[in-house]
Ligand binder design. Structure first.
Ligand SMILES: [Zn+2]
Length: 306
């Protein structure tokens, strides 16, 4: 190739570069939209009027994804932000209860998947609240949007990033105003999964609320929870988390997907006259632990047969 021909090739490549770059950007945005298409998001994000669960514990999420507000006269704690597109629903629901957004002082999460932590960045902006999470979740929230070691790494969309996330320790209690909650790390569904417990009272009747994170062993194709070379802790993590759920003090069970703990059925019974007794079940956490153990057992068996 002559020097002149080489020069012309370089000029041609340079002139085509912006068009190629924008074509690649559009193509990859389309690929991502297809890759992370969410068939359930519209159904999850259906509006739900906010309501008091018990005492100072309120449901402020859309119908299909829990977002829990724990209030106090001196500031509130919000746990989970559902989808990115749920943030306006949650903000409206907090206001509809008569609370001010800037009285939300702390935002926490169960696990940092797009359907539970997608709205946190926007809610943090609207409230000015601090955000705190387990070390693995804090890294995802503030830096990567999707976590290395996440069993669903390649099949779920990243979450919008949050600036300034404080790191919590297992067993640490956090407070905002007069509200105090305890973090219990329950890894498995993600390595940073966290279950939250607190007390809520109506007069002198107080209950322990357990907002138990997902314990479903779900993954992208090819991921093996039993592969000890890549995920040496995965099965032990699940077993420890299930053991915690089985033994923890538990009166009112809540879950990130409300139907998993039959929230809507319990509320219906409450409205039909059963009162607060419809919400409480001292065996609820144990039953959820049994269900998670059975699911894990089935998953291990299916991985062994593959
Ligand atoms: Zn999840």
């Amino acid at each position: 190739m002559t020097r002149e021909l080489k020069r012309r090739c370089v000029v041609l490549m340079m002139s085509l570069f912006p068009a190629i770059a924008s074509f690649v950007a559009v193509a990859s945005a389309q690929d991502n939209a297809q890759k992370f298409a969410c068939t359930k998001c519209a159904e999850w994000n259906v509006r739900q009027l906010p309501f008091r669960i018990y005492g100072n514990t309120y449901y402020v999420g859309p119908r299909g994804l829990s977002s829990i507000l724990v209030s106090s006269p001196h500031g509130h704690v919000l746990i989970d932000g559902a989808l990115a597109e749920s943030a306006p629903v949650i903000a409206d629901n907090i206001r509809a209860l008569g609370f001010r957004l800037n009285d939300v002082k702390l935002i926490l999460s169960t696990h940092v998947h797009y359907d539970h932590a997608g709205g946190i960045a926007e809610l943090q902006k609207q409230t000015g609240a601090k955000v705190a999470a387990s070390p693995w979740s804090a890294e995802v929230l503030s830096k990567s949007g999707i976590g290395n070691g996440d069993p669903q790494f390649n099949i779920i969309r990243p979450i919008p990033l949050v600036s300034n996330v404080s790191v919590l320790m297992d067993g640490e209690s956090v407070s905002a105003g007069g509200t105090r909650l305890t973090a219990h790390f329950t890894p498995g569904h993600t390595p940073g999964a966290t279950t939250w417990t607190w007390r809520s009272c109506e007069g002198s009747r107080c209950f322990t609320v357990v907002y138990a994170d997902s314990l479903a062993a779900i993954s992208q194709d090819g991921f093996r929870f039993t592969d000890t070379s890549d995920h040496s802790h995965a099965i032990d993590d699940f077993k420890r988390s299930i053991a915690f759920l089985r033994k923890t003090d538990c009166d009112i069970l809540l879950t990130p997907h409300p139907e998993v703990s039959e929230l809507w059925d319990r509320l219906k019974r409450r409205e039909e006259g059963a009162g607060w007794r419809a919400l409480t079940n001292r065996n609820a956490c144990r039953e959820l632990a049994d269900h998670a153990e059975e699911q894990l057992h089935n998953r291990i068996e299916s991985e062994r047969q593959r």
